[in-house]
Design a protein around this ligand. Sequence first.
Ligand SMILES: Cc1cc2nc3c(=O)[nH]c(=O)nc-3n(C[C@H](O)[C@H](O)[C@H](O)COP(=O)(O)OP(=O)(O)OC[C@H]3O[C@@H](n4cnc5c(N)ncnc54)[C@H](O)[C@@H]3O)c2cc1C
Length: 371
Amino acid sequence: METANIAVIGAGVVGLAVAAKLSETNEAVFIFEKNPKFGQETSSHNSGVIHSGIHYPKDSLKAKLCVKGNTMLYELCEKHRIPYKKLGKLTVAITEEETDELEKLMQQGQDNGVEGLKFLEREEVKKLEPNVDVEKALLSPSTGIVEPDELMNYFYAQARKNNAVLATETEVTGLKKTDGGYEVSGISVGEKFTVTAKTVVNCAGLYSDRIAAIVGLDIDKLGYRLHPCKGDYFRLTGKPPVKMLVYPIPKGAGLGIHLTPDLGESIRLGPNSYYVDKIDYEVESSEKEFREDVQTFLPLIRERQIQVDSAGIRPKLQGPKDPFRDFVVRHEADKGLFGFINLIGIESPGLTAAPAISEFVSEIYENEINR
Ligand SMILES: Cc1cc2nc3c(=O)[nH]c(=O)nc-3n(C[C@H](O)[C@H](O)[C@H](O)COP(=O)(O)OP(=O)(O)OC[C@H]3O[C@@H](n4cnc5c(N)ncnc54)[C@H](O)[C@@H]3O)c2cc1C
């Protein structure tokens, strides 16, 4: 039986970042990924936005890890030539009433340590984005975009350089606590496998609640059950009508249908949000819904062509009627699982936060496990 020091389950952006970080100072880090390649799930089905941190309650992990991740990500991108653009973002109030919401966002952002936030009046918005017609906007200059695949390539290269091993087509289906750690078992390229590991880090994204259940945790009692929540995207054809990211005031489970330029300089609309029972990436929404939403702040969209683009699925802890839920990043020693670190509910801003999450996990590992 092979022996790992640390087994990371899942090779999305978070699992790769965690493996890259832990393998800097630890031997025998294994990453198990059920798909043929890393990053084929949520990490490659998202908006690629480097969030500033205005959307999350003060002191939440989402707020802290987003703000820290934002700074870390720009440094990483600059240093390692990962494609990115710091475009800035406008969150727009369409009506006078919505300006109250903008004020709350401004306050929350400032509480979270987001720098450079500024209110803009209608005419100031027009100067920046002539096609956007709104009452008022909140400018967050530290919002940007990154190429998620390139970011993952970077984390994977770092992990490999540090001798971490990625096993693809390797699905973990069993986890048993033993005296010295865990027996990790499953199917690898059609064959059964078993590996022992002193530490296990659950980075299984949409399946992280299942992994928690497999190791014996009562996911309903603990509030770890995920509620997959889909978001569809459409794409605008023709000349881009905006240069910056433009978001409405958030409503429901997502951030509202927004405009995101990508690095190829075409504009994506979305994602919207609706809860689903199954994981598939078919776009189910209508073009009409997107057009009507966006035309409230970008009137010229009426004349533009919109094409179906793609979809992503959020691994949400927050069910349809629930209040805000934070990321779970937790060493489960108090539940009899010394050496088992759970990462559950890593929805947005998980891409932005990935480098900060990896440092947080590394601190937990060094302070609580590898003493
Ligand atoms: C529509 C949408 C838009 C988003 N936009 C943004 C954004 O603009 N900015 C931002 O910061 N964040 C955004 N996010 C959030 C971000 O994409 C996620 O937080 C991040 O990608 C999560 O990465 P992950 O590694 O945890 O999960 P994943 O990428 O899902 O990786 C988990 C991996 O675990 C593997 N796995 C699962 N079970 C097993 C098993 N049993 N054995 C082996 N492998 C297993 C899976 O195959 C998968 O590869 C968005 C998310 C969505 C859905």
